[in-house]
Design a protein around this ligand. Structure first.
Ligand code: AMP
Length: 304
């Protein structure tokens, strides 16, 4: 796509001719607005923090299947990181990300600076409600308020017909759906299943932090979830016990939480009596790296 006058086209060096599939890189809201104004048809949004992998690309492909144009944002949002978390260390490689997105045929990339995103400290804040204080929100106070603040801003800047989020961050996906419903934002939210490595590890930008030994230990997360799923026909307590046993047997894995919750409300489902779908969610530190994963399990007797 040709860039309108005044819009940065820096997805590749200026001496090479842009191909029709090259994304237009926009760094400011004005540049973004100019490009969006030149598009016709529907558009889908994929929000990322960059350091892109196949998981992100599966969101892009879902977006491409559902809309005429895809806007990918790359922004490490400081508001969703707490003190002592990895905001500074978070892997950033815009050039590699742009190359991947060019190959994927993405139209537009929005990669703002912090000053562009938050020219003044935001005074009006979004209260994400009770779901934001359990699981991830309990360990990371303020995290979901920061997530929803940036999601609301980017939805307003891009005005997409639909936005695609990964089930990897299941609680985030649920909260984004609630945000859109409660504030009548008028955008369709599409969830995409977790992409995993061949050995089952959930893809994550943070996997880049892991040493070879830690990478092996990290398999305990998916191993625990699968053990829980296998035991789920005997009920919630059995699923949690089976999953916990895998995590306790693993070397170098410090459990943050393991929980079985209602996939919609995120309220606990560990009374043993519940049947039907439940979300088994885990967070753990492997070395200095905090990883999360989840799996939907079927609680109660299997019907042949
Ligand atoms: P992040 O860059 O980690 O903020 O992720 C951006 C989006 O990609 C979020 O909607 C994530 O849930 C999604 N995502 C990240 N990893 C995966 C994965 N392994 N499978 C599916 N979606 C993912």
């Amino acid at each position: 796509m040709a860039a309108p006058a005044g819009v940065a086209t820096a997805a590749r060096p200026v001496h090479t001719a842009p191909t029709p599939l090259e994304p237009v890189l926009t760094r400011t809201r004005e540049e973004l607005a100019a490009v969006l104004g030149s598009l016709t048809g529907t558009r889908a949004l994929v929000m990322t923090m960059g350091s892109l992998h196949e998981g992100h690309l599966s969101l892009v492909r879902e977006a491409q299947a559902r809309a005429d144009h895809v806007v990918v944002t790359i922004y490490v949002n400081p508001l969703q990181f707490g003190p002592g978390e990895d905001f500074e260390a978070y892997p950033r490689d815009l050039e590699a990300d742009l190359a991947l997105l060019a190959r994927a045929g993405v139209d537009v990339v929005f990669a703002p600076s912090d000053a562009e995103m938050y020219p003044t400290p935001p005074l009006v804040r979004i209260d994400p409600g009770p779901v934001a204080s359990v699981l991830e929100g309990r360990t990371r106070p303020g995290h979901f308020a920061g997530v929803l603040q940036v999601v609301a801003k980017v939805l307003n800047l891009v005005r997409p017909d639909l936005a695609v989020f990964g089930a990897k961050d299941a609680q985030q996906l649920a909260l984004v759906r609630t945000l859109v419903r409660d504030l009548d934002l008028g955008v369709e939210i599409v969830g995409v299943p977790i992409r995993r490595e061949a050995d089952g590890l959930a893809m994550s930008s943070r996997n880049a932090y892991l040493s070879a030994d830690e990478r092996a230990s990290a398999l305990a997360l998916v191993g625990a979830l699968r053990a829980g799923a296998d035991a789920a026909d005997r009920g919630g307590e059995a699923a949690l016990t089976a999953a916990r046993a895998v995590l306790e047997a693993a070397d170098g894995v410090a459990l943050d939480y393991l929980a079985l919750v209602d996939p919609g409300t995120f309220l606990p489902l560990d009374d043993g009596a519940h049947t039907g779908p439940g979300l088994l969610a885990v967070a753990a530190r492997v070395g200095r790296t905090r990883l999360i994963d989840n799996l939907t399990v079927q609680l109660g007797p299997r019907h042949p």
